[in-house]
Ligand binder design. Structure first.
Ligand SMILES: C[S@@+](CC[C@H](N)C(=O)[O-])C[C@H]1O[C@@H](n2cnc3c(N)ncnc32)[C@H](O)[C@@H]1O
Length: 240
């Protein structure tokens, strides 16, 4: 039986989007949105993410107490929240956590000998190009059975540890409409935070998580099995 102590939560919620339309809509709906017992101070900004992140880092870096910081970066694709910005977040706040959406199926599907230049540019925009090249990913796609999972593992092993996070834990989500899967990727240095995130996943009715890794999923690059829905059939012929 544990001892429960009450505590006060002084929470600051910073909401940012580059789109004027999205921010206008958010401002209209915020007053009616309930936050229950949790009463954060809410700040809304209409900035490019890089600028918003730089401002937040500058303002919290000098904080007297060491705040717990969680960035939720919900991007459409995989390059808006770039690797250098995530690096600067973990460099300033090693105890921070990032929850990031990554359009992993799109990222893998894009790998093709026919789109090498464009793909390399996109990888560079995301800051992934020091870790992986378009040419290498496209060659895996051409030559390997199970290429999708090999490429996903490469991103987990070679790309996301460069953010500075010791734990990169992906939860694979398949949207009902597009069927193009994406990751909800949790990045953290703190093992407890990582455990809590996985615990949430196992609690019933916590959302449409399908687990990508089994067993030791906490360590980037640890052995993992694809969830059944993402298993790739063996191809008997190559694409022209
Ligand atoms: C997947 S939507 C997020 C939706 C939002 N989380 C929600 O649940 O309604 C991605 C958002 O990222 C914004 N966005 C794209 N590039 C951005 C950037 N460089 N900086 C800030 N916001 C950006 C888009 O305007 C878009 O609203």
């Amino acid at each position: 039986m544990g001892i429960k102590q009450s505590f006060e939560l002084h929470a600051q919620l910073h909401l940012n989007d580059i789109s004027h339309h999205a921010i206008g809509m958010l401002r209209r709906h915020l007053p009616a949105a309930g936050v229950g017992e949790w009463q954060p101070q809410i700040h809304v900004a209409n900035l490019d993410f890089q600028e918003a992140a730089a401002r937040l880092i500058a303002s919290y870096r000098g904080a007297r107490s060491s705040p717990r910081i969680l960035f939720v970066l919900d991007q459409y694709g995989f390059s808006d929240a770039s690797l250098p910005v995530m690096q600067s977040i973990f460099a300033a706040f090693p105890k921070a956590e990032i929850v990031l959406t990554v359009a992993i199926d799109t990222l893998v599907n894009f790998a093709s000998p026919n789109t090498l230049d464009l793909y390399q540019k996109v990888l560079a925009k995301a800051g992934f190009d020091a870790a992986v090249t378009a040419e290498h990913l496209a060659s895996i796609k051409e030559e390997e059975d199970g290429a999708k999972h090999i490429i996903q593992t490469l991103f987990l092993k070679e790309v996301f540890p460069r953010t500075g996070a010791s734990f990169a834990t992906p939860f694979f989500i398949i949207p009902r409409k597009s069927r193009r899967g994406y990751w909800l990727l949790h990045l953290a240095n703190n093992m407890r935070a990582n455990d809590e995130m996985k615990q949430l996943h196992w609690e019933p009715r916590r959302g449409p998580f399908a687990r990508l890794q089994a067993g030791s999923m906490a360590t980037p690059g640890a052995g993992w099995r694809p969830c059944p829905g993402t298993r790739r059939r063996r191809r008997n012929h190559r694409r022209p």
